[in-house]
Design a protein around this ligand. Structure first.
Ligand SMILES: *[C@@H]1O[C@H](CO)[C@@H](O)[C@H](O)[C@H]1NC(C)=O
Ligand SMILES: *[C@@H]1O[C@H](CO)[C@@H](O)[C@H](O)[C@H]1NC(C)=O
Ligand SMILES: *[C@@H]1O[C@H](CO)[C@@H](O)[C@H](O)[C@H]1NC(C)=O
Length: 435
């Protein structure tokens, strides 16, 4: 049944075309200012946290020195409230001179010198959401050229203060204008979020042709309620959304708030796991200068990042919604591997969920299973019943290998961890690891 789903998805994907700028063949990763730092412009009283060049160079230092860049977290993205209220005498946007004294060009050079990329923010309307100068239709070419002159690598184009008619003109026009600069600039479109995120108002085939990623839904806030609300919307609408995602074109459920104030460690693992299943962009919005070791280890989990960055770029799906409050998610990966997430919506105690791989449509024999957060591995036969213990609002996440060939299975029996297992009866192997 799963292979049927896979063929269906691939067929749809072949029909859709991605924006031809060669960028973001896997979901982009990096840091984005908005959720954590908003429109704090009070540099006099809050110099460490205000939207200023220092905030972005601080984050760049952390990304390049604390092991983030090597994992793929390379974008450092400015959001709203960077601009001066006035355009310059040539009609160009300019940064606030007090808060960005070196200008955006110096900031992009700072990023490039460290192997990072710079993203900037604009708005397809008269004003940005924060009331700064927008980019109405008449200013699209000049603003695209300005961003390119500054050697910016990505543009998030918001939609406040514009109507549906203007958006239908402006978003494609900006895509053309960015292309015309000759500089590859990744393009994030907030357009669908302003049109309810669903067809017929949103034409996802068109979006995939003009944008690299798009915000489908509302802004994330620093709370578990907000994460859950976003998760529900994306998986309730998965049939629409899965079909349009792929290399170079991604659905964006918004920033990671791991490391902020609203999520427990279990909830943080849940956000990381489900964003990986969704092939979502991984833009952290947190303070990398003071992040806890726990949050950092979740965001730097190599297997979770590897699943997110799988080169096939297929968005995963929810495959089960149990009455017990357990939900199971699945994402096909390259090399016939896959990822599974067991998520508990419960609020009582760790729930012992009993199932087997064959109940989850794995029917080709034995598989090597790697638990992403406990970092333990085991070989599991499709028919073997097992129990996973899932914490309230938490997850268990697995990377599941391609079916293990019988001759390779012999080698697994030589593994010390499995030596005690009765030959031919894998049932004994499983419980200690996952109970
Ligand atoms: C512009 O679009 C053309 C045609 O789709 C593509 O070949 C080219 O690489 C694009 N250039 C940039 C800078 O995005
Ligand atoms: C959208 O705004 C333009 C002004 O830029 C106006 O002429 C047009 O009537 C508006 N359209 C809708 C559908 O409100
Ligand atoms: C959606 O966009 C595609 C690609 O631009 C276009 O071919 C198609 O006609 C559009 N669909 C609708 C319903 O407008």
């Amino acid at each position: 049944m799963l292979s049927t789903v896979l063929v269906f998805v691939s067929t749809l994907m072949a029909a859709a075309v991605a924006l031809d700028n060669g960028l973001m063949r896997t979901p982009p990763m990096g840091w984005l200012a908005w959720e954590r730092f908003r429109c704090d412009i009070d540099c006099e009283h809050d110099p460490k946290n205000c939207i200023s060049e220092n905030l972005f160079t601080d984050m760049a230092d952390r990304l390049s020195e604390d092991g983030w860049r090597e994992l793929g977290y390379v974008y450092v993205n400015i959001d709203d409230c960077w601009a001066s209220m006035q355009r310059d005498q040539h009609g160009r946007l300019q940064p606030d001179p007090k808060r960005f004294p070196g200008g955006i060009r110096r900031l992009s050079r700072y990023m490039h010198n460290r192997g990072l990329k710079l993203g900037i923010y604009g708005d397809m309307g008269t004003h940005t959401c924060g009331g700064y100068p927008g980019t109405p239709l008449s200013k699209i070419e000049i603003d695209a050229q300005t961003f390119s002159d500054w050697e910016v690598d990505m543009l998030k184009f918001d939609g406040c203060y514009s109507n549906a008619t203007e958006q239908a003109q402006g978003y494609p026009q900006m895509s053309k204008a960015l292309n015309a600069t000759g500089r590859p600039i990744a393009y994030s479109c907030s357009w669908p979020a302003y049109q309810g995120g669903l067809p017929p108002k949103v034409n996802y085939s068109q979006l995939a042709e003009i944008c690299n990623l798009w915000r489908n839904y509302g802004d994330i806030q620093d709370s578990w309620d907000s994460v859950l609300n976003i998760v529900d919307w994306f998986f309730d609408n998965q049939e629409v959304l899965i079909a349009v995602a792929g290399p170079g074109r991604w659905n964006d459920p918004d920033m990671l708030i791991i490391g902020d104030f609203g999520l427990s460690m279990d909830q943080s693992r849940t956000q990381m796991a489900l964003w990986a299943i969704m092939a979502a962009p991984l833009f952290m919005s947190n303070d990398l200068r003071t992040i806890s070791g726990g949050a950092r280890s979740i965001l730097q989990n190599k297997m979770a990042v590897r699943i997110n960055q799988d080169p096939l770029g297929l968005q995963g799906r929810r495959i089960l919604k149990e009455e017990s409050g357990i939900e199971v998610f699945w994402r096909p990966l390259s090399n016939d591997a896959s990822a599974l997430v067991f998520f508990s919506r419960r609020t009582d105690m760790p729930y012992r969920y009993r199932t087997s791989l064959s109940k989850l449509n794995y029917t080709a024999g034995s598989y090597e299973v790697h638990d992403v957060f406990s970092e333990r591995s085991v070989t599991l036969k499709d028919s073997t019943g097992f129990v996973v213990s899932v914490n309230p609002t938490g997850v268990v996440m697995w990377y599941v290998s391609a079916p293990v060939k019988p001759n390779r299975l012999q080698e697994f029996f030589k593994d010390a961890r499995l030596r005690g297992a009765a030959r031919g009866d894998l049932a004994n192997v499983i419980p200690p690891v996952f109970l």
